[in-house]
Design a protein around this ligand. Structure first.
Ligand SMILES: [Fe+2]
Ligand SMILES: [Fe+2]
Length: 167
């Protein structure tokens, strides 16, 4: 059964937000390439790809429900980063915004008794717990490294091993 036009609108906004996340991480990848931290850049590229897959998960769901996908414009991501720490702080702020949007979507789906939405949104609720936890951990580690270049390079090497599709 198709969802209501209001819920369809909310899903279309979410598809766009996931693509905006992908853009944000791609911009962060460029920052790390510029600052000679290729491992961080690799991690950000994988993250951008993961966000694209999130957008596609919502995209397929809307189509499977017999609804219409309407892509919106994607705002330019911020690029005025001053340090690796500032990038990850921006990432955490962004993930929190996404979490709030998914919770809002869940609220709309339950209020409208759109039970078909629930398994998908549960998956995303769990995914956001994971995302916020990973980014918070990296913030702690980057803060610990501080001005210690060797510690930062070690972290860069570790992040560079992130495989496609890995959390
Ligand atoms: Fe996402
Ligand atoms: Fe995310």
């Amino acid at each position: 059964m198709a969802m209501t036009p209001q819920l369809q609108d909310a899903y279309n906004d979410q598809i766009t937000l996931e693509f905006a996340s992908s853009f944000a991480y791609l911009q962060m990848a460029a920052f790390f390439e510029d600052t000679n931290l290729p491992g961080f850049a690799t991690w950000m590229r994988q993250q951008a790809e993961e966000e694209r897959l999130h957008a596609m998960k919502f995209f397929e769901f809307v189509l499977d429900r017999g609804n219409q996908v309407e892509l919106r414009s994607i705002p330019a991501p911020s690029s005025d980063f001053t340090s690796p720490l500032s990038v990850f702080e921006a990432s955490l702020a962004h993930e929190r915004k996404v979490t709030a949007a998914i919770h809002d979507l869940y609220g709309q789906a339950t209020e409208g008794k759109d039970y078909e939405s629930l398994p998908l949104l549960h998956w995303f609720i769990n995914e956001q717990i994971e995302e916020e936890s990973t980014v918070s951990e990296l913030i702690e580690q980057i803060a610990m490294a501080g001005e210690n270049g060797a510690a930062l390079l070690l972290l860069d090497r570790e992040l560079g091993t992130r495989a496609p599709g890995a959390e």
